[in-house]
Structures are given as structure tokens and as C-alpha cells.
Design a protein around this ligand. Structure first.
Ligand SMILES: Cc1ncc(COP(=O)(O)O)c(C=O)c1O
Length: 331
């Protein structure tokens, strides 16, 4: 698409909209269709649709290898992944989370009867501000659940230090952060565990899905049991489990999209550079920049506006047939 460079090119002033068909928010691409359909055939041939199947095992292995983590437990989505992880860590009372995140972060805690306590984020990084955490800690606080928003890693060292000093658990919502690094180390091995989302709108997707990664052998074992009704291998039930299994179809899609990851990131990076080129220096808005020293998946291109401009901008996008919704935002 050729960028519109003059005011008269804008649809709001009567020019043609940029898109004939409405462009939906988070419209997924079609990647690896042939490869996926081959795998789908294979699933039908084998008649193994779910329950720890071969595609699931391959997918978990591929993710663990990519991130350099010991354990990867695939689940049906990241919301259930976070819910399971909070349960497996036996957290209770209150857990501190950032005030700027998707609804799934607090909801996962609420399903475990844990009260989410919202902490301010640093306006520069959009991540939990470690300096604001201490005053929220009470005798009921059991952990910190930090979010690597937009795939930009939290101040992990500062969070680890607070958790150590106050004897709190620490785990991460890494829904956005697949293939992103912190100090050149892939996100996935920090805290007690990290949870990634592979929802259809994410970089790597399995239609719906997610994984929990951890270095802890016992925790991984417990999570595998808990995602499968709490079964302990035989007839017995070891934990209050749930059904949070990933199906073979999802794992096959996940494996397929993983094969295209480098291409996807390169294309996202190109888009990011285009936005950066055209938006840098435009008054009234600010593009959130990624650290060139770290790997990012560039899945999110984030622009900050003031309230008045955000409404105005939404109107302009609408006229160009580009759908937009407030995803999550601060007031
Ligand atoms: C920060 C964050 N956490 C959790 C989730 C939940 O992921 P899922 O849709 O896989 O349940 C999302 C979804 O986009 C998210 O943005």
C-alpha cells in the first residue's frame, strides 16, 4: 500500500478509502496451508485427535528447543495456562499484577479465588514498575505476576529481588513474548514459569492454544497432570485438574506456523520500520520503540495518543475501512 502523504489523500476529506473490504483487527494470515493440510490428513489417518498425541509432543519439543527451556507444557489457551500455573504454584490471597494488561491476566487469578492487586506500570516501558510494588505488599500477598507487554521484557532482575526479599512467588504472563529476549536470553525460563499465547492473532498460532514453560521438573509434572483432569498416570487423580489439553489439530498448526516464524518476524519488522519512518516526529503521537539490542517479534506496533487524538484517529481509520477497537488502554 502506498502511504497517503497529503491531507487531500485522506478518506476523511473525500478520497478513496485505503481498503475496499474492511480490514479487521488482528486479521490472521494464511500460512503453510499445504503443509498444515498434509498434517491434518495424517491426524485423520492416525485417528489420534487429542490426549498427548505425537504432534503435541513434537510441538512441545520444538518450543522448548527454540526457547532453550527444559519443560514446555502445551495447553488449550494462555488464560487456562495462567489459571493452571497459579493453581499449581498453590498461590492464594493476593497477587500483584500490572494495571495495564489484557483482562485474562486478572481473570486467571480470580478463577483460583486469588485477588489481583493492580500495580502501576512505568509509562516508558508499559511494564510493572518495580518501585511501586513494595507498598502494595500485605501479609496476604503470595506472588507477583508480571506481564512482558508487547514482548518487551519486564525489569526481571528488580522483580526477582523484590520477590526474594519478601518471599513471594514470581511468574510471568508472556502471552506477547514468543521469540523475544531479555538481555539476549529468550523469555521462557524466568520466574517459576512463563505462559505464552498461541491464539490465532499471535505470531505463532495454533488457532487457540498456549504453552507454559518452566525449569522446574516437579512443577512441569504437576501441570501435565492438572491440564488432564489431574490424572496421575493410572486411574488415580492426584490434583484438582481441569481439561486444558491442546488438540492434535492445534499442535499441527502450531508446528506449521513455527516453520514460518523467521519470515513472519521479518515481515513484522519491515512493517515496524515503515511505521517508524513515517510516524517519527509527527506531533501528538509517539511510536513505542523496541530495543535494537534485543530480539522482538514486532507483532505489536504501539502508538500512544492523548484521549482526544485517539477518538479522532479511530474516526479516520474507519473512513479508510480499517477497523479499530480499544484493545486495552489506560485512562
Ligand atoms: C497479556 C495477555 N495475557 C493473556 C492473554 C490470553 O491469551 P489466550 O487468548 O491464549 O487465552 C492475552 C491474549 O491476547 C494477552 O494479551
Amino acid at each position: 500500500m502506498v502511504p497517503k502523504k497529503q491531507v487531500k489523500d485522506l478518506a476523511i476529506f473525500g478520497a478513496e478509502p485505503a481498503f475496499r473490504e474492511p480490514l479487521h483487527v488482528g486479521k490472521p494470515g494464511i500460512i503453510g496451508r499445504e503443509r498444515f493440510l498434509e498434517r491434518l490428513d495424517d491426524i485423520f489417518e492416525r485417528r489420534w485427535y487429542t490426549n498427548d498425541g505425537p504432534y503435541l509432543r513434537d510441538f512441545e519439543g520444538a518450543i522448548a528447543a527454540k526457547l532453550g527451556v527444559v519443560h514446555c507444557v502445551a495447553v488449550s489457551n494462555a488464560t487456562l495456562g495462567l489459571t493452571l500455573l497459579a493453581g499449581a504454584l498453590e498461590l492464594s490471597g493476593e497477587v500483584i499484577i500490572p494495571s495495564f494488561t489484557f483482562a485474562a491476566t486478572p481473570h486467571a487469578l480470580q478463577w483460583q479465588k486469588i485477588t489481583p492487586v493492580f500495580c502501576d506500570v512505568d509509562p516508558k516501558t508499559h511494564n510493572l514498575d518495580p518501585e511501586k510494588i513494595s507498598k502494595l505488599i500485605t501479609p496476604r500477598t503470595s506472588a507477583i505476576l508480571a506481564v512482558h507487554l508487547w514482548g518487551r521484557s519486564c525489569n526481571i532482575e528488580a522483580l526477582q529481588e523484590i520477590a526474594r526479599r519478601h518471599k513471594l512467588g514470581l511468574f510471568f504472563d508472556a502471552a506477547h513474548a514468543f521469540a523475544c529476549t531479555h538481555k539476549s536470553v529468550y523469555i521462557g525460563g524466568f520466574g517459576a514459569g512463563e505462559v505464552f499465547s498461541f491464539h490465532a492473532t499471535k505470531l505463532i498460532h495454533s488457532f487457540e492454544g498456549g504453552v507454559i514453560t518452566t525449569k522446574d521438573n516437579e512443577l512441569a509434572e504437576k501441570l501435565r497432570s492438572m491440564r488432564n483432569f489431574g490424572f496421575n498416570g493410572s486411574d488415580g487423580v492426584a490434583y484438582a485438574g481441569m481439561n486444558a489439553k491442546m488438540t492434535e489439530i492445534s499442535a499441527a498448526m502450531g508446528l506449521t506456523s513455527l516453520e514460518y516464524m523467521d519470515e513472519l518476524i521479518a515481515s513484522n519488522y519491515e512493517n515496524y520500520c515503515t511505521y517508524r519512518k513515517y510516524l517519527t516526529g509527527v506531533s501528538g503521537l509517539q511510536l513505542i520503540e523496541y530495543d535494537d539490542q534485543e530480539k522482538n517479534n514486532y507483532q505489536f506496533i504501539v502508538i500512544e495518543f492523548n484521549d482526544q487524538l485517539a477518538g479522532e484517529h479511530q474516526k479516520r481509520l474507519d473512513r479508510q475501512s480499517i477497523a479499530s477497537i480499544p484493545w486495552f488502554y489506560s485512562k
